[in-house]
Write a protein that binds this ligand. Structure first.
Ligand code: NAD
Ligand code: UD1
Length: 337
């Protein structure tokens, strides 16, 4: 089976490419390299001993997509491609709506011309917005607080409607919680541009001395220690969730949503202390005011994925912290793009 990974050179895409190749799938990646380096897939080839051709191009462009489908017989698509910085999406909403929605629609138009019916989509827990009751189940009310989130929400809507109109389609919509960590080899990992927005890459850069200290965004939330709690999931567990989703899609039709999370909530200080312990390091931090738009707690109910996809996250927080640091320490400049 050959799988097209849009955004396949990115953080989650490259880890999923590795899992797919190791499981015997063929992989083709389409990435415009707006937030990635071709070096990631070169290293995936090095780790697996298998080829993962990269086409550099825009997956929102139907001509480019058509050319890829003409060159390769594609059996399924995993659609990772998208812009993902929340703050930037508030400043440049049109860029986000155009890139993220056009890409989803272009795939929906081109795939049936080549009898390709299976699509796995990267959605996000951000579609649960500020819904306060935890754990979050797939049938909880949704709604977003920023343009990035709305692009995920609207893409889910588009895919659900397209699947309802054409019964041959098989779409799996995966709501990721907070992916962190890296492949255990330390050869591939997350390579953010500039100062990281997200917690784990920020901690890694403090550990490496690139940044002076961590700012803990608020310690007055109604949580165990006052800092925000999230459902952190190892990127390799997440990648394996995509294999499970592909298998599910082969025997189901329609559009189905699944959370990919662990069901465990850890606070910012839990993460700091776990990172220190796993790597025998000290992470200096200071508490600052809350980050606007942040919520107190967010974690998944992982049971639908356990039952439907036969998948559960396996790796613990110590492993996540160790693998994140192993990547950072071995690649202080990332892929040097
Ligand atoms: P990433 O930025 O590393 O990967 C996305 C990739 O898509 C990049 O390689 C980028 O170059 C590429 N891309 C963007 N627009 C494109 C286009 N029009 N055509 C071709 N390539 C394009 O991000 P990631 O963390 O690997 O995330 C993958 C997907 O998962 C994204 O859709 C993201 O929104 C979603 N997601 C990520 C997280 C997270 O915390 N990392 C959480 C929830 C959902
Ligand atoms: C972010 C995105 C969200 C996306 C999710 C998944 C924002 C506002 N939201 O959510 O859309 O779906 O990633 O990856 O970017 N924190 C600090 N100091 C830091 C960074 C973070 O204290 O320097 C805290 C935050 O307040 C939060 C926790 O760490 O409590 C996790 O933050 P982060 O990694 O940015 O993820 P989310 O906010 O969950």
């Amino acid at each position: 089976m050959r799988v097209l990974l849009t955004g396949g050179a990115g953080y989650i895409g490259s880890h999923t490419a590795l899992c797919l190749l190791n499981a015997g799938y063929e992989v083709v990646a389409l990435d415009n390299l707006s937030n990635a380096s071709p070096e990631a897939l070169r290293r995936v080839e090095e780790l697996t001993g298998k080829k993962a051709p990269l086409i550099v191009g825009d997956c929102a462009d139907e001509k480019t997509l058509t050319a890829v489908f003409e060159e390769y017989k594609i059996d399924a698509v995993i659609h990772f491609a998208g812009l993902k910085a929340v703050g930037e999406s508030v400043r440049k909403p049109l860029d986000y709506y155009q890139n993220n929605l056009d890409a989803t629609m272009a795939l929906c138009r081109v795939m049936p011309k080549f009898n390709c019916s299976i699509l796995v989509f990267s959605s996000s827990a951000t579609v649960y917005g500020t819904y306060p009751e935890m754990p979050l189940r797939e049938d909880c009310p949704t709604g977003c607080t920023n343009p990035y989130g709305w692009t995920k929400w609207i893409s889910e809507r588009i895919l659900t409607d397209v699947a309802a109109a054409d019964e041959t389609r098989s779409f799996v919509l995966l709501r990721y919680f907070n992916p962190i960590g890296a492949h255990e080899s330390g050869r591939i990992g997350e390579d953010p541009t500039g100062i990281p927005n997200n917690l784990m890459p920020y901690i890694c850069q403090v550990a490496s001395g690139k940044l002076d200290h961590l700012n803990v965004f608020g310690d007055d939330y109604p949580t165990r220690d006052g800092t925000g709690e999230r459902d952190y999931i190892h990127v390799m567990d997440l990648a394996e969730g995509h294999l499970a989703a592909l298998k599910y899609a082969e025997s189901h039709h329609g559009a189905e949503v699944f959370n990919l999370g662990t069901g465990e909530a850890y606070s910012v200080l839990d993460i700091v202390h776990a990172f220190e312990k796993a790597n025998d390091l000290t992470i200096p931090y200071q508490v600052t005011p809350r980050r606007p738009g942040d919520i107190a707690v967010c974690y998944a109910d992982p049971e639908k994925a356990a039952n439907g996809l036969k998948w559960r996250a396996k790796r613990d927080l110590t492993t996540m912290c160790r693998d994140a640091w192993n990547w950072q320490k071995n690649n202080p400049k990332g892929y040097e793009k």
